[in-house]
Design a binder for this molecule. Structure first.
Ligand SMILES: Nc1ncnc2c1ncn2[C@@H]1O[C@H](COP(=O)(O)OP(=O)(O)OP(=O)(O)O)[C@@H](O)[C@H]1O
Ligand SMILES: [Mg+2]
Length: 257
């Protein structure tokens, strides 16, 4: 089993989205058994995350650190029994102590960061804090900052690169090896993944999820089996045939009545 944790104090940085994107890529794309531990369960959390998903969800209560860790320990032991499984921990905002405890269990920790000034400041501090914690506890995990929702190319990208705090952040990142090698694009359709009423995933989401899963797997040392045939999207002629079949069935039942 490998354990991957998405952590960081900044709210809305993309911890949950990154957890589900990775889980989707590893499970749907490569058939690995994946369990996402939701450690930040709130009333408004869509528990029915991605109805088309092929991974497990294990919510924990978020009551106090002791019972959270006990629950995580139980899930850890259960998931460990499943060969080649991956446990993904979805952290919560503003919980530095909990993050440190979770980090010690993880093989790989990702801190998602958006491109605002405050975002990069907090992510950098989290990176050093967690690195220090891993050192002090003799844990073997690796930690990195992953750029989420950064403009990947074009004018937005150019504008961003001209900002002093970004220049500074990127230079430090290059020097220290802080960054995950890949970006997660700003992609509103990723929101489909969190929409409990919409079982759709698009080929674009599948492609982004699989590519992301590949890069993470390489970093963490997960051997990926050959990629599975992804969800089948009906072609225009199949949709036409389905419609015709539905119409014919409707006409038959009207005649019978
Ligand atoms: N790459 C992205 N493209 C588009 N939308 C995104 C992306 N990443 C995150 N979002 C959206 O931004 C919002 C915040 O993301 P998310 O819930 O994953 O953050 P979080 O770090 O888990 O927040 P919290 O700290 O509150 O748990 C969500 O609506 C999410 O769908
Ligand atoms: Mg979250």
């Amino acid at each position: 089993m490998k354990v991957i944790a998405n952590l960081g104090r900044k709210g809305g940085s993309g911890k949950t989205m990154t957890s589900h994107l990775l889980a989707h890529g590893l499970s749907k794309g490569y058939g690995l058994p994946v369990n996402v531990v939701m450690t930040d369960v709130r009333e408004d959390t869509p528990m029915n995350f991605h109805p088309d998903r092929s991974y497990f969800l294990s919510p924990i209560t978020n009551k106090d650190i002791k019972s959270d860790l006990e629950a995580l320990d139980r899930i850890f032991v259960q998931t460990q029994k499943i060969p080649d499984s991956v446990l993904i921990i979805d952290g919560g905002a503003n919980r530095a102590n909990v993050d440190r405890a979770f980090a010690q269990l993880a093989d790989f920790i990702m801190i998602p960061v958006a491109c605002g000034e405050e975002d990069v400041k907090v992510a950098e501090a989290d990176f050093w804090g967690l690195l220090q914690c891993l050192k002090e506890s003799n844990a073997n995990g690796d930690v990195c900052v992953i750029r989420n929702r950064w403009p990947g190319s074009g004018r937005g990208h150019e504008r961003l690169l001209n900002k002093a705090y970004i220049k500074n952040f990127l230079a430090k990142g290059e020097r220290t090896g802080m960054f995950f090698p890949d970006f997660i694009p700003d992609m509103p359709s990723l929101l489909d993944m969190a929409n409990s009423n919409d079982p759709k995933t698009t080929p674009l989401i599948d492609a982004v999820a699989c590519r992301f899963a590949e890069v993470v797997a390489r970093k963490v040392g997960i051997d990926l089996p050959p990629r599975q045939k992804l969800i089948h999207y009906p072609t225009a002629s199949e949709i036409k045939a389905q419609k015709a079949a539905r119409k014919a069935a409707g006409e038959q039942s009207t005649q019978a009545a």
